[in-house]
Design a protein around this ligand. Structure first.
Ligand SMILES: [Mg+2]
Length: 386
């Protein structure tokens, strides 16, 4: 039975942003002497470590992600082998994602160096998307020193293919209506989800290009490869209805506030409330396994004016003591003098800001005790284009 075409949402412009050779690029950025040399970041080759990222100079020797470090060293004996510095990568990843946020409505981060973005609804046609992608690339380079490839298309699959195909330093906008022309000549292995195994099966069916796949009967694909076959058939026809879903990352802040039945005009009573609110904030962040780096005190005066004051903390914390101490400091120094001259408070709030999660994000590479590098969210095909 022929498959129904995938339901298409309204007109969309999806952007796929992917940093080029991210880990290796950061190492080159932080150590200019490495530039132009083959740089390979990964586990210890002597302890069966695996390559996380190789820069383009190393790729010329045939080194690629997910390859064993020992093989990489054989291929590229003059290569510079470095252990990953995940804290630094996360720091730069955050900076890049914050820039991506400025250019799209919704951003979905899919790995430490890769995100989809939904462009604002006003962006139609080719030129505005091209302009957005150009500006985004320029800002990432200017503010972080890193090179990011950007692809834009009507859905996630096309956007990702566009960024992959235009790497390094890529920028490719697939115009609305040009999807078929764009997809047809590509080797079928380019489609996300076609690994060596599926590619072999498709080849046996006489399918080597995306165009071959698209021209077949969808039912035939479903019969041969099940659900996965049907999905690939839709991708080959430029159909991909997956939405861009905003990250469920840690909240930006956690706060507690109270409006009082009767205004508070007395510093000691305000301090009592601030201590209670601060302790409550601490309990909430600890329960969510979060830590924060700055404390805010918010007040609303009896005339409804709002004032917010912020104080940094010495270190990331979820402890009540430093949170309460910082909030009380702010109260005494900033609010106290105004209470002393007759001010009265309707509301007090304490917040913890610059929040980070204690749990590693789902996409973060994890280094295991054995020295292997595990990249949970990448499959081998994806890593090759990392
Ligand atoms: Mg990448």
């Amino acid at each position: 039975m022929p498959l129904e075409p995938a339901p298409e949402r309204g007109f969309r412009r999806v952007m796929h942003c992917d940093l080029d050779c991210f880990f290796a690029a950061v190492e080159e950025l932080d150590n200019p002497r490495l530039r132009g040399k083959p740089v390979i970041v990964g586990g210890d080759p002597d302890r069966r470590g695996v390559v996380s990222t190789a820069n383009y100079a190393a790729r010329r020797f045939g080194v690629h992600s997910a390859m064993s470090g020992a093989v990489a060293r054989r291929l590229c004996p003059g290569g510079i082998f470095l252990r990953p510095r995940f804290d630094r990568y996360r720091e730069l990843s955050r900076a890049v994602m914050a820039i991506v946020d400025d250019f799209c409505e919704v951003r979905e981060q899919v790995s430490i160096d890769e995100a989809y973005g939904e462009l604002p609804p006003g962006v139609v046609g080719c030129t505005p998307a091209q302009t957005i992608a150009t500006r985004l690339k320029a800002r990432v380079l200017e503010e972080t020193g890193l090179v990011i490839s950007v692809g834009v298309g009507r859905n996630k699959s096309i956007a990702k293919l566009a960024s992959d195909l235009s790497k390094p330093d890529g920028l490719l906008v697939v115009k609305p209506g040009a999807e078929t022309e764009f997809l047809r000549p590509l080797p079928v292995g380019r489609l996300n989800g076609v690994g060596p195994h599926t590619r072999e099966k498709l080849r046996a069916m006489g399918i080597t290009t995306v165009g071959d796949l698209a021209s077949r009967d969808g039912g035939e694909l479903a019969a041969a490869l099940g659900k996965h076959g049907a999905w690939l058939w839709h991708l080959a026809r430029g159909q991909d209805d997956r939405p861009v879903i905003a990250d469920h990352g840690p909240p930006k802040s956690v706060s507690c506030e109270d409006t009082f039945e009767r205004d508070i005009a007395d510093l000691d009573r305000a301090a009592e409330q601030v201590s209670r609110l601060g302790a409550e904030v601490a309990a909430r962040v600890a329960q969510k396994r979060l830590v924060g780096r700055s404390v805010t005190l918010k007040v609303r005066w009896s005339d409804f004016r709002i004032m917010t004051r912020q104080q940094p903390l010495a270190q990331l914390t979820a402890e009540a003591e430093p949170i309460v101490a910082a909030a009380l400091d702010l109260l005494t120094c900033e609010i106290g003098p105004l209470l002393a001259v007759g001010g009265a408070l309707r509301l007090l709030g304490v917040g913890l800001h610059n929040i980070e999660s204690l749990d590693a994000p789902a996409w973060a590479p994890v280094e295991s005790a054995s020295g292997y590098i595990q990249l949970p969210l990448f499959d081998v095909d994806e890593m090759r284009t990392a």
